[in-house]
Structures are given as structure tokens and as C-alpha cells.
Design a protein around this ligand. Structure first.
Ligand SMILES: Cc1cc2nc3c(=O)[nH]c(=O)nc-3n(C[C@H](O)[C@H](O)[C@H](O)COP(=O)(O)O)c2cc1C
Length: 295
């Protein structure tokens, strides 16, 4: 491990280390206007949602590292406290990147990047028609985080209207994560795309109280086969099986094969049982896997 003191790093070094490590970051493609009605469109990956009710998103146009000037988006939201947060999918990524060009003040990046302006319902800045989700927001607060090169400015945006393209909805009218085809920003020029192949589910522990990894026997916790993810799944089971339930699992053909083949060979038995349990975990058979590792 290397350990770095942030006070000894330049703004550029900080940007590099932190942006590569704190990734992927969602992209707020913010459309704003100034008091004269000039439209601006710029992406910000210092962005997330921070509250559900009230629905608050925050993004941060930072002071330019180069010359410490502030971005047009920040100037605009200081003048007109409204913005549209447009969500970026893969089909938009190159044009979105083009819109991040430091065009002169007053230049409309919708036009430069070739996006379609769509009138908003309750605020003045237009929406990006191509975005699968468009959030009409009013700005409740703007909090500067400093005045040095690279200092952020938190823009607290309260979502008032959510527009969703029907194409990304499932049959129940909810957003289908697989249809969104989202992109996110990483360090440097890196992005990632949320493809169907990359998506996976993790069962929420909220609905039940898992026993915890600490309740698993030491042989399981220190297993050379089971990974941290495996232990996390085993620790999420609500209660340890009874001795009777554990005994019964030895009748399962695959378990019986291992037991028969490893009589008197404790080390290999443990390894093979853990491998077998791991296969069951891969198939989502967590309770069965737990019984096997407890044999
Ligand atoms: C994907 C992406 C994410 C970005 N995120 C941020 C950010 O969070 N904060 C920031 O200050 N600049 C960010 N930038 C750079 C701004 O988009 C860029 O400085 C832009 O020109 C600002 O435009 P404006 O001056 O019209 O507001 C990002 C650029 C890209 C391509």
C-alpha cells in the first residue's frame, strides 16, 4: 500500500488519484440558462442523488484547475435557479463529451453537440430530447467548497418533474435497468457502459437479519476456497441450520461423493466441500451451501 498526504498533492494529482478511485460516477448532463436566456449544456460527474423525499440531487461545477475561473453552468445557476438534469446513455456519450468543450460564454452546446432542445414543462432551461430520463429541477442552494483551483461548488437541485422515455420502461411501468444502457465516468478518459452482461443482483439484507460472517466457524471464515463474496452470501442467511438439517445434507448425491472419496483425508474433504458449496452459491442455493460448509 502507498499512503499519500492530500496536502502534499497538487490539484492535478488529487484529481487523478481520486477520480480513478472514486469511480464509476454517474453523469449529470445539466442544461441551464443565464438571465438573458442563453442556454448552456455541460456534463458533471461530481453528481449523485442525496435524498429521496425531498428528491435532491447535487452536482458540482468546480473552479477550473487551469486558471481558477468558474464554469458557465455555475454562473447560470447563480442567475437562474433552475436546471434540467439529463441522464446519459451509451448512444449519447460522444456528443455529451463534445458538449464538455470549453466553448465561449453564450455558446449553446445543444447546437455544438447536435442535441435536440425540448421545452421543459415548468422551468426555462430546455431538456435534451435524446436523454432517456430528464429531471426538471429547481435549485435550492449553492454551496462553494473553497476558492482554490479545483474547488467544487455544490448545486443542490430539487427534482420537480421526472420525464421518462417509455422505451426504457418494463411492463409494470418501472424503469428497466437493462434497457437504460447507462454510461458512467471513471478516471482520465475512461468511461464504462452498463451492459446487460455486466449487470448482476445482490439480495438486499434489509428485509432480514443475516447471521453475519462472525457466526460462521473459523474453518469457513479462513477457507482457502471461499471468497469474501461467498462469505458475504453465507453470512446473509437468517439462521444457522440445525444439526439434523446438516446431517441430512450428507445424503445429497454430490455431497456423498465427496465424503466417500475423502475418508480419512480431512484437508481435501474440507477443500472439496467448500468447492461444492461455492458451486451452489453460484447458483443462488445459499442455504444448501451453508449446510455443506458446516458438515
Ligand atoms: C463526463 C464528464 C464529466 C465532467 N464532470 C465534471 C464535474 O463534475 N465538475 C466539473 O467542474 N467539470 C466536469 N467536467 C468538465 C466540464 O463539463 C467542462 O469544464 C465544461 O466545459 C463546463 O462547461 P461550462 O463552462 O459551460 O459550464 C466533466 C466533463 C465530462 C466530459
Amino acid at each position: 500500500m502507498i499512503t499519500l498526504k492530500t496536502e502534499e498533492l497538487s490539484a492535478l494529482q488529487l484529481q487523478d488519484y481520486l477520480q480513478y478511485a472514486i469511480a464509476p460516477r454517474p453523469i449529470c448532463f445539466a442544461s441551464t440558462i443565464d438571465s438573458e436566456g442563453n442556454v448552456n449544456l455541460s456534463p458533471f460527474s461530481f453528481f449523485n442523488m442525496f435524498s429521496t423525499k425531498p428528491p435532491i440531487c447535487i452536482f458540482s461545477p468546480a473552479r477550473r484547475v487551469r486558471d481558477n475561473t468558474i464554469k458557465h453552468t455555475l454562473e447560470n445557476v447563480l442567475q437562474v435557479k433552475e436546471c434540467v438534469i439529463n441522464i446519459v446513455n451509451y448512444d449519447m456519450v460522444q456528443q455529451m463529451s463534445l458538449a464538455s468543450t470549453e466553448y465561449a460564454r453564450g455558446i449553446n452546446e445543444f447546437e455544438k453537440a447536435g442535441f435536440t432542445m425540448l421545452k421543459s414543462d415548468i422551468i426555462a432551461p430546455p431538456r435534451v430530447a435524446e436523454a432517456p430520463v430528464q429531471l426538471e429541477c429547481v435549485i435550492n442552494d449553492i454551496i462553494p467548497l473553497g476558492d482554490a483551483h479545483g474547488a467544487g461548488n455544490l448545486v443542490l437541485a430539487e427534482v420537480k418533474l421526472i420525464h421518462i422515455n417509455e422505451e426504457v420502461l418494463d411492463e409494470n411501468g418501472k424503469i428497466d435497468q437493462q434497457k437504460m444502457d447507462l454510461v458512467a465516468r471513471l478516471g482520465g478518459d475512461w468511461y464504462c457502459r452498463v451492459t446487460r452482461d455486466n449487470l448482476f443482483k445482490v439480495a438486499k439484507p434489509l428485509s432480514k437479519l443475516g447471521i453475519g460472517v462472525d457466526r460462521l466457524p473459523k474453518t469457513v471464515r479462513l477457507s482457502k476456497v471461499l471468497t469474501g463474496n461467498d462469505l458475504g452470501m453465507l453470512g446473509n442467511v437468517e439462521k444457522l441450520p440445525t444439526e439434523n438439517e446438516i446431517d441430512l445434507i450428507s445424503q445429497l448425491a454430490e455431497v456423498k461423493d465427496v465424503l466417500d472419496a475423502t475418508i480419512g483425508d480431512v484437508t481435501n474433504r474440507e477443500r472439496e466441500l467448500h468447492e461444492l458449496a461455492q458451486n451452489f452459491l453460484k447458483r443462488g442455493e445459499v442455504e444448501l451451501a451453508l449446510k455443506i460448509v458446516l458438515l
